[in-house]
Design a protein around this ligand. Structure first.
Ligand SMILES: O=C([O-])CC(=O)C(=O)O
Ligand SMILES: [Mg+2]
Length: 532
């Protein structure tokens, strides 16, 4: 044995190799008292032993995803300036304007980068403007790309744009990591964003940009400005739209089995009209038109409610993104209370994207149950602390008839001696597959039909057993397989829209292409040994 090897060997505890290091890691993780401590532990593990980290994540998704992602990632963001330990992504600041390209070039292995999740921290989950503390949301999404779709870790790039923050308490926090200034006006921000996107294309020519948790107006604004120019999509508008459409398709099938209402006669009420609410409404509208409805007929199936009540076209000063779904057929005094809106609309489905905790009160939920044999109730706001109704309450108040999906996870729950599995209508089911399909096909844009076909592929991915269990989403443990199926649908849609640049795929059968996608999925190299 060489001296170096002997030295290394002597640093290892003598019986290390006869013990299960994975089990040790899980034991340490479970010994932490709070979600935030678990988050910090896992991020340390990722730094020390990335392969082991991903192996443990993939092998224990149900336990670990809620820590790295919603809900606990919300705590990590809120506290990021206080728990920061090491650089984990790229910051591009408003002060970098004029030389953003050089900042991007500082990222190692730029040519290898394939996917960036970019936030400006202005609307992190439902937690508001967290400024430079937003980076963990980009990191968490990318961990799901890696675990869920099999994207190679070294090709992922988390970015936080630090443009200042309008949250005063951060300006006063001595540990705050970002620039202490207010956010720029639209003109200054537009200049920054144009320079940023142009620089991204130049420095990372093969990269897909996922916009994440921008404030609502800017989410729509930059998606519209950039979607036909760059390889990009917005997760909160398109990812959420796609994943909710998917769950809705399965929910509508279950409700039709009970009440006979055909899909296109569903009456859908949106509580919350931000980027997610309107993104979902547009996705549903587009799907209804595929089913043969005209745009007007499809729009007629949808009602939107914001903090002021039912959104009607005659309301003064209506924000641009709310205008399309504003009702023109309601005459009468403004309907400001959700309960009154429900009595008027008689919805079959109530979708919550409001970030108003407990907005779906007992009265509201009971009202939905009195109107429908199987009411569809999706409280989709994240994290759990902002969810419109808890699963257990929804079960109790509907006597078990509810068809339920929430944005953040809930546990399987017993009610009246029966076991009920909640759905998680979270974009984590969709964006990994959209990203994988876009990257593999080298699509130069992400088209509406790619997003729509992703939703249909997800809805179709349930097994017979999952259908029999009354689920609206497949089980998360199958995420890799589901992401491969979504990627296949996304690639085919890219081909139909002629935006793909990988022509090889056109000659492959679906089976062969699916095989290829699966083979491309990155796997951690199995090793349960700590790094020396
Ligand atoms: O991150 C999540 O859990 C879903 C999401 O995009 C959001 O709530 O903004
Ligand atoms: Mg988001």
């Amino acid at each position: 044995m060489s001296l170096a090897a002997l030295h290394n060997a002597s640093r290892l505890p003598p019986y290390l190799f006869t013990t299960d290091h994975r089990q040790r890691v899980l034991t340490q993780l479970r010994s932490k008292a709070t979600g935030l401590e678990k988050y910090i532990y896992l991020n340390g593990l990722k730094d020390r032993e990335p392969n082991l980290f991903y192996e443990i994540l993939i092998g224990n998704l149900l336990e670990i995803v809620p820590i790295l992602y919603t809900p606990t990632v919300g705590d990590a963001c809120s506290n990021y300036s206080h728990i920061w330990r090491r650089p984990e992504g790229l910051y591009v600041t408003i002060e970098n304007k004029g030389h953003i390209k050089e900042v991007l070039r500082s990222w190692p292995a730029a040519q290898a980068s394939r996917i960036a999740v970019v936030t400006d921290g202005s609307r992190i989950l439902g937690l508001g403007d967290l400024g430079a503390n937003g980076l963990p949301i980009s990191i968490g999404k990318l961990d799901l790309y890696i675990a869920g779709a099999g994207i190679k870790p070294t090709t992922t790039l988390p970015i936080c744009l630090d443009l200042g923050t309008n949250t005063q308490k951060f300006h006063e926090d001595p540990l705050y990591l970002g620039i202490r200034r207010k956010r720029p006006d639209t003109e200054e921000m537009d200049e920054f964003m144009h320079e940023f996107m142009e620089a991204m294309r130049e420095v990372f020519p093969q990269l897909l940009v996922q916009f994440e948790d921008f404030s609502t107006d800017n989410a729509f604004r930059y998606l519209d400005l950039f979607r036909n120019q760059y390889r990009c999509f917005n997760d909160d508008i398109q990812g959420t739209g796609s994943v909710v459409l998917s769950g809705f398709l399965n929910a509508a099938r279950l409700s039709a089995a009970a009440a006979g209402t055909p899909l296109t006669e569903q009456r859908i009420l949106f509580f919350g009209a931000g980027s997610a609410g309107i993104g979902v409404a547009k996705q549903l509208l587009s799907f209804f038109t595929l089913q043969g409805l005209s745009v007007e007929e499809a729009r007629d199936r949808i009602w939107t409610v914001d903090s002021k009540g039912l959104i009607t076209a005659d309301r003064k000063g209506l924000q641009e993104h709310k205008k399309f779904f504003a009702r023109t057929d309601y005459q009468g005094p403004p309907l400001t209370k959700l309960e009154d809106v429900i009595k008027y609309v008689k919805p079959t489905a109530l979708l919550g994207l409001s970030t108003v905790r407990n907005a779906f009160s007992e009265e509201i939920v009971r009202l939905m149950a009195s109107l429908n044999a199987r009411p569809i109730i999706f409280p989709l706001s994240n994290p759990v602390s902002l969810c419109e109704v808890d699963f257990e309450d929804a079960l109790k108040w509907t006597n078990g008839s509810v068809i339920f999906a929430s944005g953040s996870p809930y546990k399987v729950t017993e009610f009246n001696g029966k076991r009920y599995e909640p759905g998680q209508g979270n974009n984590m089911y969709i964006f990994p597959g959209i990203g994988l399909g876009t990257i593999l096909s080298k699509a130069n844009h992400v088209t509406d039909s790619m997003v729509e076909q992703a939703a249909i592929a997800l809805a179709s991915s349930l097994t017979a057993e999952e259908h029999a269990a009354g689920l609206v989403y497949p089980r998360l443990v199958r995420i890799r397989d589901i992401s491969a199926q979504i990627a296949l649908a996304v690639i085919r849609a890219a081909q139909k829209d002629n935006v793909d640049e990988n022509s090889l795929f056109r000659n492959l059968s679906d089976d062969a292409l699916l095989e290829y996608i699966r083979a491309k999925q990155w796997q951690p190299t199995t090793s349960h040994l700590p790094r020396l």
